[in-house]
Design a protein around this ligand. Structure first.
Ligand SMILES: Nc1ncnc2c1ncn2[C@@H]1O[C@H](COP(=O)(O)OP(=O)(O)O)[C@@H](O)[C@H]1O
Ligand SMILES: Nc1ccn([C@@H]2O[C@H](COP(=O)(O)O)[C@@H](O)[C@H]2O)c(=O)n1
Length: 212
């Protein structure tokens, strides 16, 4: 492991745009070379003090839903080559899980999440900023499938949440952060050309850091 400052890659984009797919595609190439993924979702505020019904009222697409102070503290620790205990998020119960994941410092940090480009403090830590751009009709179809299969939701709850929070917050807070991106990746994980270009760029930076 190098003693140089780790490389920070931020990957933003709307819900179900393909951020996780792009993250995994990049992670798979660099896993041999020490890379860690930090999911902004895991830093949703702890809501264990609220009832389940109260948690349903939270707007999960607003910047204030996230504990970015803790996220920043953890990123700064990783940048100082110190380990963190990363929180785990429970989407079914809408709060932080009991367990944490111990994460050792790595040469490359990938930070992915809907609003990672919205907070200037986070942007300022990033060496490369990506925005995954997928049409909203595709994103809602993917979200309906995913949230029913994986997050214990009903079709009515997904549609209601989309219309009252996901769509308006996307337009207000997520879409405008595209302007901060160095690269906009259409169609996410299926965009092999964009991912190859990113991989080449990251390799070049790591070479100059004498990491690969
Ligand atoms: N190009 C694609 N075609 C079809 N389904 C996709 C595609 N990319 C992602 N998905 C699916 O959409 C859902 C969200 O993708 P994901 O990469 O997790 O997006 P995000 O992290 O932006 O929410 C997942 O269930 C994934 O399997
Ligand atoms: N308790 C929660 C927490 C978050 N969400 C939704 O997750 C979306 C972000 O995750 P992606 O993988 O889709 O980027 C966000 O749009 C929140 O609405 C939730 O439904 N419940």
């Amino acid at each position: 492991m190098s003693k140089m400052r780790p490389l920070v890659i931020g990957i933003a984009g709307g819900s179900c745009s393909g951020k996780t797919s792009v993250t995994h595609a990049i992670y798979d190439v660099f896993r041999e070379h020490s890379v860690v993924v930090i999911e902004q979702d895991y830093y949703y505020k702890n809501q264990s003090h609220l009832t389940f019904e109260e948690r349903l009222k939270t707007n999960y697409d607003h910047p204030l839903a996230f504990d970015n102070d803790l996220l920043l503290e953890h990123l700064n620790r990783l940048l100082q080559r110190k380990a963190i205990d990363k929180p785990v998020y429970d989407y079914v119960n809408h709060t932080r899980a009991e367990e944490v994941i111990h994460v050792d410092p790595k040469d490359v940090i990938i930070l992915e999440g809907i609003l990672v480009l919205e907070d200037k403090r986070l942007r300022d830590l990033m060496d490369i900023k990506l925005f995954v751009d997928t049409d909203s009709d595709l994103r809602i179809i993917r979200r309906i499938e995913r949230d029913i299969k994986e997050r214990g939701r009903t079709i009515d709850s997904v549609i209601d949440q989309y219309l009252t929070a996901v769509r308006p917050m996307h337009n207000l807070f997520i879409e405008p952060t595209k302007r901060y991106a160095d690269v906009i990746i259409p169609e996410g994980g299926e965009n092999e050309v964009a991912i190859d270009l990113m991989v080449t760029k990251i390799k070049t930076i790591l070479e100059t850091m004498s990491i690969v």
